[in-house]
Design a protein around this ligand. Structure first.
Ligand code: BG6
Length: 486
C-alpha cells in the first residue's frame, strides 16, 4: 500500500486556498480521485484550530455554492473536513517548522509518508520557505515522495526568476518542483494538443503556407478590485503574458513530441520560446501597445499617477520553418467588455476567387476559433452560398463544437487537474525552469518599452469596451483586424 499522502498548503489563510485549492481537493475527494486517507494540512501565521479552519472554509464554500445556486452537501463536506487540519506557525521564524514536524511525527511517527507542499504565500518568501523546508529535511524522499508546488508569479523579471530557480534548486531536484500556470490546467488549453495531434485534418494546414496569422485573446471583464497594490507593481504584461499567454502560444505553435511525457512536451514548448526573437529596444517599441482602463488610478492601493498598463497587445513571430513570417498577435486586459478568451487561427484566402463579391466587400477567409472560456468550444468559420437569391451570394457561417453540449457536465476547475497531476507525479502541465527564464527574456524588453520615463502613457479605455484604439492600430499596420470580444 502506498504511504499516506498529506497536501501541505503554506498560506492557508489566503484567498487562493479558500477559493481554489481546498475546493479543488474537495471535488477530487468527491470524485474518489484522491488516494485513500489523503490529509490536507493548512499552515499560516493566523491563530486557528482544526475546527476553526474547517468552519472558515466551509462558510466560503457554502457562500460560493449559494451564489451558484448549487446545493452544498454538508455530509460529504464533513467526511472531507475530518481530514482537513491546521497548524498555526510562522515558518520564517527560527524553529517555525517545529510545529509542522511535530504534527507529522504525531501522525506518521518517524516513518514519513508522501508529501506535497504548496507555496501559496507571498512570492518574496518562496526562497526562504523553500530553504527552511530543506533545512528541516522536508525535501528528503524517505518513505515517499516530496514535491513542491510553486504558485505564480515566478520572479518579476529574468534576473529574479533565475535567482529563484537557483535558490529552489539548492534544496530540490527539478523533478520535485511543480511551477503552476493554472491556464495549463484548463481543459480547453490541454485540448489544443489533442485537437492538433490526435486529428489528421488540421495539422497539414497548421503552418505558414495556410495560416495568415494567429490571435490569442485573454479578455477579463473584472477590474483589479482589491488587488490594486499587488497589481500595480506587476501590470498586465507580467500578470498575464509572461506566463499564461506565452504558454498558450507554445501549445499552438509547437511540434508534436515523440511521446506524451513531461520532458518531451516541455522540450518542444521550449523550442517555440527559443524561436521567438528576443525583442530589442528598437523592435520592442513597435511590438507592444498598452492601455489603462478609465478609473484605474482611483482603485484602492493604486497610486494616482500610476502608468501601469491594465491592457496590452503584442506582436510576436516564431522564427522557424513552420511559422515563417506568421504574426502571433496576443492581447489581454482587465475592465473589458467580457470575460472571454480564445485562440483564433486566421487561414489564408483562396488563391483565386471566381465568385463576384459585392462592391466594397472583402471575403472573410476561413477562421478557426478555439474558445478557452466561457462557452468552451471550437468554431470553424467558412463561406456558404446564401440560398434562394439571384446569382451567387456568399456568407460566412460557423460549424460549432460545444464542450458542455458534447459532454454534458461542467468542466472541472484547472486546479483540480493540476493538483491531481502533482500528486501523481505528472509534470507535463507544469513549467520547467528554462521555459520560465526564456519567457522572461522575451517579456523583459517589452515591459521595459512600456515603463520608465520615456515610456508612452498607456492609452485610456472605457471599462466595458474592446480595449484601447492602439490595439486596433497595431493590427491595422499589418492590414489586419482583431476578432471582436463577444
Ligand atoms: C491570474 C492573474 O494569474 O489569472 C489574474 O494574476 C487574472 O490577474 C487571472 O485575473 C485570470 O484567470 P482566469 O482563470 O479567471 O482566466
Amino acid at each position: 500500500m502506498a504511504a499516506p499522502l498529506t497536501v501541505v498548503i503554506f498560506g492557508a489563510s489566503g484567498d487562493l486556498t479558500a477559493r481554489k485549492l481546498i475546493p479543488a481537493l474537495y471535488n477530487l475527494g468527491l470524485k474518489g480521485r484522491l488516494p485513500e486517507g489523503t490529509k490536507v494540512l493548512g499552515v499560516a501565521r493566523t491563530e486557528n484550530s482544526d475546527a476553526g479552519f474547517r468552519e472558515l472554509i466551509a462558510k466560503k464554500l457554502r457562500d460560493a455554492a449559494g451564489a451558484a445556486k448549487e446545493m452544498f452537501d454538508e455530509a460529504k463536506w464533513a467526511e472531507f473536513a475530518a481530514n482537513l487540519h491546521y497548524v498555526p506557525t510562522d515558518v520564517t521564524k527560527p524553529d517555525g517548522m517545529a510545529a509542522i514536524a511535530k504534527w507529522f511525527e504525531d501522525r506518521e511517527g518517524k516513518g514519513g509518508g508522501q508529501r506535497l507542499f504548496y507555496l501559496s504565500i507571498s512570492p518574496e518568501l518562496y526562497p526562504q520557505v523553500s530553504d527552511v523546508l530543506g533545512q528541516a529535511g522536508f525535501n528528503k524522499e524517505e518513505g515517499g515522495f516530496r514535491r513542491l508546488i510553486v504558485e505564480k508569479p515566478f520572479g518579476h523579471d529574468l534576473a529574479t526568476a533565475r535567482a529563484l530557480n537557483k535558490s529552489l534548486h539548492a534544496n530540490w531536484r527539478e523533478d520535485q518542483l511543480y511551477r503552476i500556470d493554472h491556464y495549463l490546467g484548463k481543459e480547453t488549453v490541454q485540448n489544443i494538443l489533442i485537437f492538433r495531434f490526435a486529428n489528421t485534418l488540421f495539422e497539414p494546414l497548421w503552418n505558414y503556407q495556410y495560416i495568415d496569422h494567429v490571435q490569442i485573446t485573454v479578455g477579463e471583464e473584472v477590474t483589479v478590485g482589491r488587488r490594486g497594490a499587488y497589481y500595480d507593481g506587476s501590470g498586465v504584461l507580467r500578470d498575464m503574458f509572461q506566463s499564461h499567454i506565452l504558454q498558450v502560444m507554445t501549445l499552438v505553435a509547437m511540434e508534436s513530441p515523440g511521446r506524451y511525457s513531461a520532458d518531451s512536451l516541455r522540450n518542444e514548448k521550449m523550442k517555440v520560446l527559443d524561436g521567438i526573437a528576443t525583442p530589442t529596444k528598437i523592435t520592442a517599441a513597435k511590438q507592444v501597445v498598452v492601455g489603462q482602463y478609465d478609473g484605474y488610478t482611483k482603485e484602492p492601493g493604486v497610486p494616482a499617477e500610476s502608468k501601469t498598463p491594465t491592457f496590452a497587445a503584442v506582436r510576436l513571430e516564431c522564427q522557424n520553418g513552420r511559422w515563417k513570417g506568421v504574426p502571433f498577435y496576443l492581447r489581454s486586459g482587465k475592465g473589458l467588455k467580457s470575460r472571454y478568451s480564445e485562440i483564433m487561427i486566421q487561414f489564408r484566402c483562396p488563391p483565386h476567387l471566381m465568385f463576384p463579391l459585392p462592391k466594397d466587400e472583402i471575403l472573410q477567409c476561413n477562421r478557426m476559433t478555439l474558445v478557452i472560456q466561457p462557452n468552451e468550444g471550437i468554431k470553424l468559420n467558412f463561406q456558404t452560398k446564401v440560398p434562394a437569391v439571384d446569382g451567387v451570394r456568399l456568407q460566412p457561417r460557423d460549424l460549432s463544437f460545444d464542450y458542455s453540449e458534447a459532454y454534458g457536465e461542467k468542466l472541472p476547475e484547472a486546479y483540480e487537474r493540476l493538483l491531481l497531476d502533482a500528486i501523481q507525479g505528472e509534470a507535463s502541465l507544469f513549467m520547467r525552469s528554462d521555459e520560465i527564464e526564456r519567457a522572461w527574456e522575451i517579456m523583459d524588453p517589452l515591459i521595459a518599452a512600456t515603463q520608465g520615463d520615456d515610456a508612452p502613457t498607456p492609452e485610456q479605455y472605457p471599462v466595458g469596451s474592446q480595449g484601447p484604439a492602439c490595439a486596433t492600430e497595431l493590427l491595422g499596420r499589418d492590414g489586419r483586424e482583431w476578432q471582436p470580444l463577444i
